[in-house]
Design a protein around this ligand. Structure first.
Ligand SMILES: [Zn+2]
Length: 138
């Protein structure tokens, strides 16, 4: 694939390329600002048409992040290049699968956050007691 053209980008949007080419197109979009402009143009044209984004991504494609990676992304526990990749995939590519996954993970993390805080407080309190005993007279 020498350079991206509108028909290729349209196929990309419709998930109509072979997996390897899907990945190649996404890589080119990531590296090439002018390709991104063209992609925005194609996406704008498609949005004005009858196609919905939801219908376009019918299946998970090769470039999608795993749940583990998205979890790391949420916690900002990824190395910089991996973080940038997922950030790009979510915000520039606008992948609805990964966004839905991320929303779900975010909700689960929020639900889990409260008990963890309470548990941490308890541990801090009890270790303060231990320290006091150990560093007593003597
Ligand atoms: Zn994705």
């Amino acid at each position: 694939m020498a350079r991206l053209t509108k028909p290729i980008l349209r196929d990309f949007l419709h998930d109509a390329l072979p997996d390897a080419e899907m990945a190649t197109v996404e890589k080119i979009l990531r590296d090439d600002a002018s390709a991104r402009l063209l992609f925005e143009e194609v996406r704008g044209e498609e949005d004005r048409g009858e196609h919905t984004i939801g219908a376009i991504w019918r299946r998970e494609h090769l470039s999608c992040a795993t749940r583990d990676q998205l979890g790391g992304y949420l916690l900002q526990a990824l190395d910089e290049s991996r973080f940038d990749y997922i950030d790009f995939h979510l915000k520039t590519i606008g992948c609805p699968f990964c966004q839905a996954n991320l929303d779900d993970l975010q909700k689960k993390q929020a639900e889990a956050a409260e008990p963890i805080k309470a548990r941490r407080r308890r541990i801090v309190n009890s270790s303060t007691g231990v320290l006091r005993t150990v560093t007593g007279p003597g």
